[in-house]
Design a protein around this ligand. Structure first.
Ligand code: PHE
Length: 446
């Protein structure tokens, strides 16, 4: 694998790298300077603004420029991730050194904001980084919005948070969308009511949380519908369907996910729950109880603007960027993305034998062995081909019955949004991908 530079600079801050940990490729490092959520009239920024509009000041205070490099303490420990949690693995997370990484979620800032925040709620929008598969809905960098709302027990009449929370829920107003599973039962061991919380409190906080997020999703879909009706007068509007499902996070209990029915599938749009009391206690806010949520901005932006390939958000092509001019200043001017001509895709296959020592994937990824992790192959393709790669999928995976060696075959789809790739460029890129797979992962091309 390519060596590590001794020092990397991220948004004006320098960090020493360590050889055992550093795994951030140049294209990902470069993306840290883009901050799409702050770029005026960019769909990611517009979507952030729409979400923000649903959580107004002064109750909610916005934090949109936290630095992307955080400590393992912030990203994991402060949130109660156990030491062996798979999210910590080098196969899933971009590390600068053993104690600094590119945040994998906006929750990394929860504890800090609970400590410093003086209002009852907050929102945090930021770029987040995850090693992952390559396809039209996954990119190693994306954006999230974190939100939280807490109530101070000591200032409640009679110390009763539940009554005050119920009152605040009434103030949110109602809606008439049928939520198909408004109250899924939650597992008493996976998702217990926390020590020190009463059932009445958790019920009230859960209702405030759900109502707030349902209203936000309804607002988003109302805007999407208006934008669609503008371009297509015959547009028939399918009624919005939502449901709640139980979820599990190390930093909330109980926890839920909100799913929305979209083009035939239930799509997970956000995770949330009652904040673990330890986080508040450790942040000097032990008298407070409340909820938090995290939502992926691109996923919402793809629905809102009808963008079907996540790479487009990173395009600097004027044909993309000029389409949304003026929307940041007036969110009611939201327009759907008008696709520009699609250039042809080129499919190329590569199959290889894994080095015999690494045929079984290690349980937690780990940072010691040389075992093969699919994300490692994805990363190699991404590093060589950059945004010219649209999709990578496994089409064959078998282990030789006699030798025990494992062979994997990938199909790579190359395509640019801006122009047609020449046959030479494709061949050159694919040759380089194969060479890099051999070089970095020690595989043997078949
Ligand atoms: N951080 C979680 C994720 O990235 C989302 C989340 C945020 C869940 C806050 C609960 C509370 O998946």
């Amino acid at each position: 694998p390519p060596g590590n530079p001794p020092v990397v600079s991220v948004l004006g801050k320098n960090f020493n790298t360590t050889k055992d940990w550093f795994n951030v490729p140049v294209n990902v490092l470069k993306a840290t300077s883009r901050q799409l959520h702050l770029q005026n009239d960019h769909p990611v920024a517009i979507t952030r603004q729409i979400i923000q509009a649903n959580f107004p000041a002064p109750t909610y205070q916005c934090y949109n420029d936290f630095h992307p490099v955080v400590s393992t303490q912030q990203n994991f420990d402060s949130l109660g991730f156990p030491p062996n949690h798979p999210g910590r693995a080098k196969s899933d997370t971009y590390y600068i050194n053993g104690s600094n990484l590119l945040r994998t979620h906006t929750s990394a800032h929860q504890a800090d904001v609970f400590r410093q925040n003086s209002s009852d709620g907050f929102l945090i929008a930021a770029d987040v980084y995850r090693r992952d598969a390559i396809d039209r809905s996954h990119y190693p960098v994306f954006h999230q919005m974190e939100g939280a709302r807490t109530w101070d027990r000591t200032v409640m009449p009679g110390g009763d948070v539940a009554a005050a929370v119920r009152l605040d829920t009434e103030k949110l107003g109602t809606h008439d969308v049928v939520v198909e599973d408004p109250n899924p039962p939650y597992h008493p061991e996976r998702n217990p009511i926390q020590e020190g919380h009463t059932e009445a409190e958790v019920t009230a906080i859960g209702q405030h949380l759900k109502r707030s997020l349902e209203l936000m999703v309804i607002d988003i879909f109302k805007r999407a519908k208006m934008a669609a009706a503008q371009v297509d007068p015959d547009f028939v509007d399918e009624p919005l369907r939502m449901r709640w499902v139980e979820a599990e996070f190390p930093f909330t209990s109980p926890s839920w996910e909100l799913e929305v029915y979209y083009e035939g599938n239930w799509l997970e749009v956000l995770g949330c729950g009652v904040v673990k009391q330890d986080i508040l206690n450790n942040a000097g806010a032990s008298t407070r109880v409340g909820w938090a949520f995290g939502i992926g901005i691109e996923r919402i932006a793809m629905l809102l603007f009808k963008v079907t390939d996540i790479r487009l958000f990173w395009s600097q092509d004027e044909r993309f960027l000029t389409q949304f001019e003026g929307v940041s200043a007036n969110l009611d001017k939201l327009r759907l993305f008008k696709p520009f001509s699609k250039y042809p895709a080129a499919r190329r296959d590569v199959s290889f034998w894994l080095p015999s020592s690494s045929s079984s994937p290690s349980a937690a990824g780990g940072n010691t062995g040389r075992s093969f992790h699919e994300n490692d192959a994805m990363e190699v393709v991404r590093r060589v081909a950059g945004d010219a790669v649209e999709d990578v999928s496994v089409f064959d995976d078998f282990t030789h019955p006699k030798t025990g060696r494992r062979s994997i075959a990938y199909r790579i789809v190359y395509r640019l949004h801006e122009r047609t790739l020449t046959a030479e460029e494709i061949k050159d890129m694919h040759d380089k991908v194969m060479a890099a797979l051999v070089e970095d992962l020690g595989v043997e091309i078949r």
